[in-house]
Design a protein. Sequence first.
Length: 507
Amino acid sequence: MGRRAVFLTGAAAALTLGSVSFASAAGRGGQETRTVRGTLSPGAPDFVYVPVEVPDGVREIRVAYSYDRPSVPAGTAGNALDIGIFDERGTELGGAGFRGWSGGARTEFFLRADDATPGYLPGPVREGTWHIALGPYTVAPQGLSYEITVTLTYGEPGETVWPVYPPERAKGRGRAWYRGDCHLHSCHSDGRRTPAGIAALARAAGLDFLNSSEHNTHSAHAHWADAAGDDLLVLLGEEVTTRNGHVVALGTDPGTFVDWRYRARDNRFGRFARQVRDAGGLVVPAHPHATCIGCNWKFGFGEADAVEVWNGPWTPDDEVALADWDSMLVASVRGGRDSPDGWDGRNGRGWIPAMGNSDAHRDPDVVGHPQTVVLADELSRRAVLEGIRAGRSYVAESARVSVAFTASGGRGEHAGIGERLGVAPDTPVTVRLEAGGAPRCTVRLVTDQGVLHTSGPLPVSGSGVVEWRTTPAYAAYVRAELRHETAAGPLPGALAAFTNPIFLGRR
């Protein structure tokens, strides 16, 4: 198979290979199969496209692939090859021709009008040049040899299925604190659970809402309607998984696909961040300090509406993300939206709220550990996203943990999480935290100067009240952390919960 063309797009280069052709379908029935082989060298482009000439009269296209996995020295990446497909509308950035992506989670897939493999979109198999998209995630020093088998089944197409999406409002409790997990994976990407199975676990975890966030595909959007209900709001989105970090498109319009085929130096992320917001969603960089290849966030935070500070079980990566976020809070109160570090925010308040999600894929991953608890006017897509964007939220390790966090002045002034207590710099301010479900945890109150108050351990009942007095001149903001006991050493214990800040003083 010879090369056809090479398209260089900054770091995210693409290579198009020679096409795979099939005979004309006129008067034909049954199936035709073609197998192609090739080898990619170390330093291969991020995406390699294999054109497939699809004739008229095709009912189904099926693709299977394999690749070698040679031994490599310790510390050297081996072979990993992702796969997806674009239809006759092409491979242009933006995804008009996108029909599915399974990354490295599957070795084969199919598409037809009435059905498709999870991760892929059902629909007609029309005549034209389709493209199998290969993503050489890592290539061993020996190179990566692959084999692709394409099978076309001829015949009358099935009846095209039309998607049904979950409702944008659930019954809820009026204005209240609602618990959600906005980073989850099902069998539509590299998870092992069905949407129904995730919904059952979400209900058992005490969640009120969740967000569909499959890697680089929106195929799951049409499979959540039966799982939602009056007690569970299902938001729709995607985990946009680039080579320079992952970002959760949170709560977008149904059927929204966000392209991922670019790197930071290609200067294209802003275009797709705007697409997310135009589709009614939020831009949330995920696990920004994760150490897996391609997971560390490198696009900056100028387009972020919130940032995922806590991802799954508490790890050193999360501790770094929390410290980094706190440093950005300091920069925001120093320089506001003109701060040079890029954390200018999109919430109209000059700072970026934090959130936490489970990133659960399969057993033993725990849905709802952690969870973001949002103050919203109702249990609806609009209200929940508004609460997250405004920072009216805290993060808890489970539904057992509850936090009430306020600041008040001497004349009845009052502010809650994500709000500002607009009083003079020398005004005495009382900060109060009420905790539940956090036995033996200590409470740390953190300001722009650092940790200024640490409580003794809460009682074994898990409930307690901590008060601290300050002034806006002394603390530009205050946020709370609930930490588990540590066995030994100087490091703080794992988080049980943390809040977004309360800002003190007039603007």
